[in-house]
Design a protein around this ligand. Structure first.
Ligand SMILES: Cc1cc2nc3c(=O)[nH]c(=O)nc-3n(C[C@H](O)[C@H](O)[C@H](O)COP(=O)(O)O)c2cc1C
Length: 409
């Protein structure tokens, strides 16, 4: 019998996921002032766990509270109390659902008004035209800072394991720190952390190796990687295929392929040169190519909202499909598909030409929707994008103030 979206999947470590659909990581920006999970987040994850997905990957959790992708995020560090993290894991595991914590360091993608650390492989500023000034000035990391980041990823993974999560996904995509090390455009180092692809991948590989050592084989370990940055001279599909092979050595359980960064927001379907990719499963071609030769299971994420497309992805040899936007408007999408295979998950339809604003509007609408679910309200895909961006800005400003006050930045 051939596999489809509803078939279980056995990871290389022997652990089983009940079907092939994962809720992709979506930063909720709903954490408490102390950067901890809270009731709204539990409500949200309960709906997803009840809704039929096999695997929940949390929104990115920071390994350092002084380097955050957003002011309402969650951080998990050596001294963090695990009580609420245990509750988060337990809630997400209802219905035999597996939950992985995505762990991340933003590197240079830190908003200037937040303060804190802006670290990067090299002091290369963000290049987003008029929006570049929104980001802090990055500092090239010292050897001691690199050691500290490695230690932090391993500590956060260990604590996630203690809290009861089934695994972690190391975020090495979307232009964050590990992806900055992988790209020759942002990594200009001449030491063992830069230059050849092997050197640029060293930080990611070291982190993966140490997490494996510390957490053991039974703790699921995945990496989210860009199939390409979609920037000339950047990390490309050939590099991605090689990094997947390098990762295989550590008996990784999954590589999730995505694409783009803040500078080239392809993760929502358009690249820096604005060539439109196929509207659904836009990383499918890259991922199918990589999956063909990959010793590691592959998941692809981006644009999936119909069952036949999801099944086509599985048919092409990819092991799992990741879904973000569509699962925020229909948290029980998998259950719905069981009853109504023709159902198309609604997502925000925004046709703005300006790719950055379009991306920001989609993010703002999805985040507003996640907050609605957290507050027990129903789905509403047709939220006004202008109003939602305004609400997002006001909220972001308030949270930034709260963040800075709390950390005395
Ligand atoms: C509001 C929002 C937050 C996101 N946060 C994260 C994140 O924390 N980590 C991550 O790897 N990807 C993040 N993404 C990207 C998604 O995981 C996914 O790759 C992307 O939305 C494309 O999938 P989709 O078309 O199914 O939404 C986020 C996307 C959205 C819309």
């Amino acid at each position: 019998m051939t596999n489809n979206v509803f078939s279980p999947f056995t990871l290389p470590n022997g652990n089983q996921i009940k079907n092939r659909v994962a809720k992709a990581a979506m930063e909720e920006n709903m954490g408490s002032a102390e950067r901890l999970p809270n009731q709204a987040l539990f409500n949200l994850y309960k709906q997803w766990a009840d809704g039929g997905v096999g695997l929940l990957i949390t929104g990115n959790v920071m390994v350092d509270r002084f380097a955050m992708t957003g002011p309402g995020g969650i951080a998990l560090e050596r001294d963090t109390d695990l009580t609420l993290f245990k509750q988060w894991a337990k809630t997400a595991q209802a219905n035999d659902t597996k939950v992985w914590m995505q762990i991340n360091h933003p590197g240079r993608q830190v908003y200037k008004n937040m303060g804190g650390k802006v670290l990067a492989p090299s002091a290369v500023n963000m290049n987003m035209g008029k929006l570049s000034g929104m980001f802090g000035q990055p500092k090239a990391m010292s050897e001691a800072e690199i050691d500290d980041v490695i230690e932090r990823f391993v500590t956060t993974a260990t604590l996630a394991q203690q809290a009861g999560f089934d695994g972690v996904e190391v975020h090495a995509a979307h232009g964050y720190l590990l992806s900055q090390f992988l790209s020759p455009l942002t990594n200009k180092r001449t030491d063992k952390w830069g230059g050849s692809l092997e050197n640029r991948a060293r930080l990611l590989l070291t982190i993966v190796e140490k997490i494996r050592e510390k957490c053991g084989q039974q703790f699921d370990l995945a990496v989210k990687l860009n199939s390409a940055d979609f920037q000339r001279g950047g990390f490309d599909a050939k590099d991605a295929a090689q990094v997947v092979n390098m990762l295989a050595k550590y008996q990784l359980d999954m590589v999730e392929l995505s694409g783009g960064s803040y500078e080239s927001p392809a993760l929502q379907g358009r690249t820096a040169d604005d060539s439109t990719l196929s509207r659904e499963a836009y990383f499918l071609d890259f991922s199918a190519q990589i999956a063909k030769n990959s010793p590691v299971p592959i998941m692809t994420t981006g644009g999936i909202r119909r069952l036949p497309v999801a099944n086509k992805v599985i048919d092409s040899g990819i092991d799992m499909v990741g879904i973000g936007g569509a699962l925020s408007f229909t948290p029980n999408l998998v259950n719905v598909w069981q009853q109504r295979p023709e159902f198309v998950g609604p997502v925000p339809e925004i046709d703005w030409q300006h790719k950055t604003f379009r991306g920001l509007a989609i993010m703002a609408i999805v985040k507003r929707q996640l907050r609605r679910l957290g507050a027990g309200k129903s789905a509403k895909p047709a939220l006004n994008p202008y109003l939602t961006m305004l609400i997002d800005q006001v909220r972001q400003t308030k949270l930034t103030k709260r963040y800075r006050n709390q950390l005395k930045l």
